[in-house]
Design a protein around this ligand. Structure first.
Ligand code: G16
Length: 547
């Protein structure tokens, strides 16, 4: 009786967003993600859930409609918590319950969450909604808005934005503007100002060195780079490719394609030695690359980015005379050479988290400065409040010497160019470009910091990928029986070899990763492990073929 009025509205509106009977979807690595045609009810229900979460936290919540790196025909939804981080694990569970309740059970499922969380339904709610450029995104984001209004929540539709822009705006609003203005303009202003400030410390950069080719993956990132470009005052000169004017989203381009295929995106032309970078479909990932004079392609992935950033930060901390604990968080996909370099040469703390920025983000929060990057280019840097205050204090203290002051001011602008809420291709790009300019470093010199071990990623189709269960930050499989033993004995055949398998949380596949001393042995190992997955975990379709 208590919620009669709201529930009547939910019941009426939900009949316009009916769940297909029997359809079960899981909350994956970054929310729900599947073919767009299966998602209308999910979006409506995530509008309901975001409204409840907003009532519970008494703060603004974000809902981003995107399937990021997936193909155009897929879509998905990412939920954003008050400080701009991903929604908590407990609420991921509620999301799954609500998503999978049959139409007649929806109100009961809703009531269950309200009771479990003791939500005061008379509390107001506010939800920010954004979408990527997929053709399905407009209708799906309308379904989210319908869900919010069904529970009488307020909403603000930001329309086309990158995922990290929406995270940023949620954080700005909930910190009463302390993090910046909750507008796209405010985002450009903060990041570009910081970038200009940083590049004032670059000595004698030529126009050639200020040039960068950007592959926009035919997605939202391209639109946003266009909007921002003029604010960079020619300190960064961007040539934009795959801007969505003709090509298909993520097709033969974008960060995931470049990382997995280890080749340049189609539609982008750069001269030997010049830098290029690729965004993914919602601009939360970035990878860099160049081609040398012999035509050889060189990829600088999330591991190389983490190394560049942590080296730069460590140097600044030394110059500033600040004793802050800095760590790098990676996943099992991190190249073995990068971990070795960070631990043994850089003497940094390195942690391994499960795939998914939510896991890396939490691990990074434990340090004064936490640099986290997935090898696929998804990552950012977190500064603790105490660290920010110490840096600020140095800039204001009249006793600070010139060298320390310069370093502290650089650290301050660095903090401002970074989107600390989540990995952000635009923000990461500006940070990387500023570091290269300040250090007077070429992309080749950056690449030479350490050499990657040859590596390969493959996908295997199985009938139910949930039969694979993993442990030890996904580095070992505990089921199905015999799989880990098979991987162990295959790995023993090759030098410097490592391999693991895990079910993807964004695509209906099992991912296989292998690295070893040579590309030939890496490819052989990746293929043999794929075969083991195919045979022991219920492979479907043709058996994996050698590479
Ligand atoms: C998402 C997550 C990333 C993750 C990637 C692949 O990226 O945000 O943290 O690395 O999926 O995950 P999985 O291997 O489970 O499919 P995006 O850019 O697609 O949102």
């Amino acid at each position: 009786l208590l919620f009669m009025a709201e529930f009547l509205k939910v019941s009426q509106l939900s009949s316009q967003h009916k769940k297909p009977v029997g359809l079960v979807l899981q909350y994956g690595t970054a929310g729900f993600r599947t073919n767009a045609e299966l998602l209308d009810h999910i979006m409506f229900r995530m509008g309901l859930l975001a409204t409840l979460r907003s009532k519970k936290t008494k703060a603004t919540i974000g809902v981003m409609v995107t399937a990021s790196h997936n193909p155009e025909e897929d879509n998905g939804v990412k939920l954003i918590d008050p400080m701009g981080e991903m929604v908590t694990a407990a609420w991921e569970g509620y999301a799954t319950q609500l998503a999978n309740a049959e139409q007649d059970d929806l109100l009961t499922a809703l009531k269950d969450i309200i009771e479990k969380e003791a939500i005061n339904m008379s509390q107001g709610a506010n939800v920010f909604v954004g979408k990527d450029t997929r053709s399905s995104s407009a209708a799906l984001s309308q379904a989210v808005l319908d869900g919010v209004s069904a529970l009488d929540g307020q909403s603000k539709d930001y329309g086309l934005v990158t995922t990290p822009q929406l995270h940023y705006m949620v954080c700005c609003l909930n910190t009463q503007g302390k993090y910046g203005d909750a507008t796209v303009e405010g985002y450009y202003h903060k990041l570009c100002q910081a970038f200009i400030q940083l590049t004032k410390n670059a000595s004698n950069c030529t126009d050639d060195q200020k040039h960068l080719s950007v592959d926009g993956a035919n997605g939202i990132g391209a639109l946003k780079v266009r909007e921002m470009e003029s604010r960079l005052k020619r300190e960064l000169q961007i040539s934009l490719f795959n801007d969505g004017s003709k090509g298909k989203l993520n097709h033969q381009c974008g960060a995931d394609f470049v990382k997995v295929q280890q080749k340049p995106p189609t539609g982008l032309t750069i001269n030997p030695g010049e830098r290029g970078c690729s965004f993914d479909g919602d601009a939360d990932r970035i990878v860099y690359y160049y081609t040398d004079s012999e035509g050889q392609f060189h990829l600088l992935d999330g591991d190389k980015i983490a190394t560049l950033i942590s080296t730069y930060l460590k140097e600044l901390l030394t110059q500033a005379g600040l004793d802050l604990k800095i760590a790098v968080v990676q996943t099992a996909y991190a190249n073995g050479s990068s971990t070795h370099y960070l631990e043994n040469t850089m003497k940094l703390i390195v942690r391994c988290a499960k795939t998914g920025v939510k896991h890396l983000h939490h691990a990074a929060q434990e340090f004064d400065i936490g640099v986290y990057f997935e090898a696929n280019g998804h990552g950012t840097v977190l500064f603790s409040k105490a660290a920010e205050e110490k840096i600020q204090h140095l800039t204001e203290d009249p006793n600070t010497n010139d060298e320390s002051k310069r370093a502290a001011l650089l650290l301050q602008s660095t903090i401002n160019v970074i989107n600390q809420t989540v990995g952000d291709a635009i923000s990461d790009m500006l940070l990387i470009e500023a570091i290269l300019a300040i250090k007077g470093m070429t992309v080749q010199q950056w690449d030479a910091i350490y050499s990657d071990l040859p590596n390969r990623q493959l996908k295997v189709k199985v009938s139910d990928r949930r039969v694979i269960d993993t442990t030890d930050a996904e580095r070992r499989a505990v089921s199905p029986a015999g799989l880990q033993e098979a991987i162990d004995s295959l790995v023993k055949k090759y030098k410097q070899a490592r391999s693991f398998v895990r079910p993807s949380g964004t695509e209906d596949v099992v991912r296989v990763y292998a690295e070893a001393e040579t590309q030939e042995s890496t490819d052989a190992l990746a293929h043999e492990v794929s075969l083991a997955v195919y045979r022991l975990a219920g492979g479907v379709g043709d058996e994996p073929k050698p590479l």
